[in-house]
Design a protein around this ligand. Structure first.
Ligand SMILES: Nc1ncnc2c1ncn2[C@@H]1O[C@H](COP(=O)(O)OP(=O)(O)OP(=O)(O)O)[C@@H](O)[C@H]1O
Ligand SMILES: O=P(O)(O)OC[C@H]1O[C@H](OP(=O)(O)OP(=O)(O)O)[C@H](O)[C@@H]1O
Length: 210
């Protein structure tokens, strides 16, 4: 039986495929998948399921996949009780609190914060002892302070280009983010040898890359 791996579609897909290939996984079918969402390697050792990050955690929790490859931002926001085996050290970025130049971080009163990550945002402000209103936004979060929807945002930044091009400034740094290799606990018991063998090979490639 092949190991089922839920792989987050989009930005991290390409570097993950490069990493898996270097670790000896036959990724040619994945590279040529077009719009296919379930892709088997030719040797049938692995079956890849392409999904959005939050759905990767749902699949892991429900046990329909053995392994998930997903950002730590998603793992933190969408609580999961699975087992994180490896930091793949790709998709590296960081959560920040950002706003326009005139944002007064110490101003009295309840602030409105726009974010794709309401739980992380709520926890951050709780840790500061501040009560805020959090508005969930699905994308282009940087718009929120520019159009008067929010006083500030909590979002991910990597190069800083999006913030810069929209005249936004960083007021605080929160957690760092990277892509993680996560397993379903039950599956780890049943497929320990295969899973640890893949982890060992990935670890070697990561070490060699860094
Ligand atoms: N700017 C970034 N730089 C590096 N990694 C990022 C960045 N933004 C997000 N990531 C990581 O990549 C993962 C996937 O992000 P991606 O933008 O592909 O999907 P998404 O957040 O669902 O957005 P979309 O709805 O545009 O597809 C995120 O969960 C995060 O771990
Ligand atoms: O610091 P940078 O390198 O500019 O990256 C930051 C951007 O990347 C992410 O957005 P994404 O590309 O996922 O698009 P989205 O706005 O649709 O969420 C994040 O939400 C920022 O907008």
């Amino acid at each position: 039986m092949s190991l089922k791996i839920a792989l987050t579609k989009g930005r991290i897909e390409e570097p993950v495929i490069a990493l898996l290939s270097a670790a000896g996984v036959d990724c040619e079918p994945l590279k040529n998948k077009k719009r296919k969402l379930i892709v088997n390697t030719s040797d049938e050792k692995y079956e890849f399921i392409l999904a959005k990050g939050p759905d990767v955690t749902t699949y892991l929790n429900s046990g329909v996949v053995d392994i998930g490859i997903v950002g730590s931002d998603i793992l933190t926001e969408h609580r999961n009780n699975q087992y994180e085996l490896l930091d793949l050290e790709i998709g590296k970025c960081q959560f920040v609190l950002a706003s326009t130049e005139d944002f007064d971080i110490n101003k009295e009163g309840r602030r409105v914060i726009g974010t794709k990550y309401p739980l992380i945002t709520q926890k951050y402000f709780e840790s500061l002892g501040q009560d805020v209103e959090v508005i969930k936004i699905e994308g282009s979060v940087e718009l929120a302070p520019l159009i008067g929807l929010a006083d500030a945002i909590v979002d991910i930044t990597e190069t800083g280009t999006t913030l810069r091009e929209n005249n936004l400034y960083i007021y605080d740094y929160l957690d760092k983010v990277s892509t993680r290799f996560v397993v379903n606990r039950m599956s780890l018991k049943q497929n320990a040898r295969e899973i640890y063998s893949l982890v060992d090979r990935l670890e070697q490639v990561i070490k060699a890359n860094n």
